[in-house]
Every structure is written in structure tokens, then in C-alpha cells.
Design a protein around this ligand. Structure first.
Ligand SMILES: NC(=O)c1ccc[n+]([C@@H]2O[C@H](COP(=O)([O-])OP(=O)(O)OC[C@H]3O[C@@H](n4cnc5c(N)ncnc54)[C@H](O)[C@@H]3O)[C@@H](O)[C@H]2O)c1
Length: 316
């Protein structure tokens, strides 16, 4: 019988896993301890591991002669020693599309809140104010430009939503052609063009070596004084120290950050204090449906493997 061990998770119960694996004729075990020695022992007797944040290193992989697949609830697979897994013929799968609607909505909500100055008015009225002049006069949506950094699944969905509202949308992505973007009514642009001319800049590149601090001093200094930056991707894409400086000095209008260089953000971090910053705690993905989808898809990866099929979300 194909055996799967659930190493770690964030769910209230594991009834969904239990029922899906039972229906597929798979033996399902939940690891009770997160101790490394327990993970090694469990891996030894498993055909597949289901993980959330647990680190699966060389020692675990080399002690697991039957292991065929590691499936992760989520996108990033940096906690798995991919090199050793590949060497040992162990496949790795993830779920890379469980929150495309949620994250694109979150970026859209940030753009719209910035555009209509909701957060400025809310702060002012909550301390007794009542004046539309409290906020800088906004542009009409069809006169404003949104620049997307990266043009993968999430920004593509965001662009569809923005176009319906009337925004001009440009995107920077060296790996997506001008023709592909034009099919969505999006104009391909350089990074500098986006930084200099957009009213809202929304970050969606993955965090890789090439994008670490992609947005630094030079790029932030290109921004209009009236522009907002929105980051729902990964904190380290922006050089946060410089971002804090430009926000403090009012050199840009504001920032909406779902992600920060360090998570959780320290209690005393300056970003928490700045009036022109709106923070959310890496929550852009969060919804009833995303919660279920991430589980069903990570489980399905394993069921497929047990049936001799390559998992749908196999990491190449
Ligand atoms: N805040 C959250 O809750 C949350 C949830 C899910 C995903 N995310 C983040 O959103 C990011 C985007 O997700 P996605 O599904 O759109 O990704 P995706 O994998 O579909 O697309 C990534 C895009 O980035 C482009 N890219 C790669 N290197 C680049 C570079 N140097 N400069 C510009 N573009 C580059 C690629 O060509 C690709 O089009 C993820 O990497 C993840 O970090 C955040």
C-alpha cells in the first residue's frame, strides 16, 4: 500500500486529507513530532511526504529508500534539498496557482484604496476630521497608469481587472513578449519606464537572485512624488531601508506592503509607524477557497504519484 506521511501543516484538522487518501487507497499517517529524528524515521517508511514549512534536508532524503515524492502546500520549495532529491530520483511537487484571484484582488484593493485615498480619509475621520481636502486630489482611473513588475499568473489576472476599471496598464517582464502582453491590452515597458511614469507600481516578480533588491535607490528615485508602490510578492525585492527613507521624506506618496524583508515584521519597525504605509501580514492569499484549493491540489499530487502518473504540479 502507498504510504504518505503528513509532516507539518497549519489546518484545524486533517479530515480532508484523511478522506481523500482513504478514497484513493493510500495509507495516511500524521507525524506528531517535528523532531528531526522523527522526520527521518517517518521518511524511511513513506512513499510520499506532505509538508508545509518542514525542512527536508539531505539526511532525511538519504535515509528514505522508498520515498518517491515530496508535495508541498504552497509555492516555494526552498525548504527541500532539491539537489539531493534530484540525485535520489525523488520528485518534488508544489501548488503554484491556489491564490491567483486572491493576490490579484489584494493588489487591486491596494491600488484602489490608494487611488481613492481611503486610508488617508479613514485615519483623518477617526480622529474627528471631515474634509475631502485632507487628501491629495486623485486622478480619474482612465487617466492613471499602473505599472506591473513581472507578468506571470497574478499580474495577468490583475491586468484584466484593471482594464475593466479603465486603467492604462504597462508591464515589465523580460520573459514575456510584447505580443503576449498586447493580447491583454497591456503595454510592454522597461523597468525604468515603469518606475518613472506609473502612478501605481505593483510588484509581482518572483524572489530570485536577479530580483533581490531589484527596486533600490536608483529605481525609487525615479518614481513620481505622487506615486504609490504596492508589494504582494516578496519583501526582499525592494531595498526596505531605502524605501523607508523615501517614504519618510515624502519623496513618494505611499506604500502598500503585504510582504516585508523580515517576516514577521519586528514590533518596533519604522514601517509600522509611517502614516503613508499600509501593512498587511502576508495575507494576500487568504480566503476560504484558497485554503481548500491548496490542500486538495497538494493531496492530488500524491494521489497521482500513487497511480503512476506524474503529479500535475511537478517542479521541473
Ligand atoms: N502575498 C502572498 O500571499 C503571495 C501568494 C502567492 C504568491 N505570491 C508571490 O507572487 C509572485 C508572483 O506570482 P505569479 O503566480 O504571478 O508567478 P509566476 O510564476 O506565474 O510568474 C512569474 C513571472 O515573473 C517573471 N520574471 C522572472 N524573472 C524576472 C525578472 N528578473 N524581472 C521581471 N520579471 C521576471 C517571469 O517571466 C514570470 O512571468 C510569486 O513569486 C510569489 O512570490 C505572494
Amino acid at each position: 500500500m502507498f504510504k504518505v506521511t503528513l509532516v507539518d501543516h497549519e489546518w484545524d484538522d486533517t479530515s480532508l486529507e484523511e478522506s481523500m487518501f482513504a478514497e484513493a487507497g493510500i495509507e495516511f499517517n500524521v507525524l506528531q513530532s517535528k523532531k528531526k529524528s522523527e522526520i527521518v524515521k517517518a521518511a524511511k517508511n513513506s512513499d510520499a511526504l506532505l509538508i508545509m514549512y518542514a525542512e527536508i534536508d539531505r539526511e532525511i532524503l538519504e535515509a528514505a529508500p522508498n520515498l518517491k515524492l515530496i508535495s508541498r502546500y504552497g509555492i516555494g520549495i526552498n525548504m527541500v534539498d532539491l539537489e539531493t532529491a534530484k540525485h535520489a530520483g525523488i520528485q518534488v511537487a508544489n501548488v503554484n496557482d491556489y491564490c491567483v484571484d486572491e493576490v490579484s484582488d489584494h493588489a487591486l484593493a491596494s491600488i484602489m484604496s490608494a487611488a481613492r485615498r481611503l486610508f488617508v480619509y479613514d485615519k483623518d475621520t477617526s480622529v474627528g476630521g471631515w474634509s475631502f481636502k485632507k487628501a491629495p486630489i486623485p486622478l480619474r482611473a482612465n487617466k492613471a497608469s499602473v505599472g506591473l513588475l513581472g507578468y506571470g499568473k497574478i499580474p495577468k489576472r490583475l491586468a484584466q481587472k484593471l482594464k475593466v476599471i479603465g486603467y492604462q496598464v504597462k508591464a515589465y517582464d523580460p520573459f514575456v513578449s510584447e505580443e503576449k502582453m498586447l493580447e491583454d491590452g497591456v503595454i510592454k515597458a522597461s523597468l525604468d519606464e515603469i518606475m518613472a511614469n506609473s502612478d501605481f507600481i505593483s510588484i509581482h516578480t518572483p524572489l530570485i537572485q536577479a530580483t533581490h533588491h531589484l527596486i533600490g535607490k536608483r529605481e525609487l528615485n525615479l518614481m513620481k512624488k505622487t506615486a504609490y508602490i504596492i508589494n504582494t510578492s516578496r519583501g526582499p525585492i525592494v531595498d526596505e531601508k531605502i524605501l523607508v527613507d523615501v517614504l519618510k521624506d515624502g519623496r513618494i506618496a505611499g506604500a502598500f506592503l503585504d510582504v516585508t524583508e523580515e517576516e514577521p515584521l519586528s514590533d518596533t519597525h519604522l514601517l509600522r509607524e509611517l502614516e503613508n504605509v499600509v501593512l498587511t501580514p502576508h495575507a494576500a492569499w487568504y480566503s476560504v477557497d484558497a485554503f481548500e484549493e491548496i490542500r486538495v491540489k497538494a493531496i492530488t499530487n500524491i494521489i497521482e504519484k500513487s497511480q503512476g502518473i506524474d503529479p500535475t504540479y511537478l517542479v521541473k
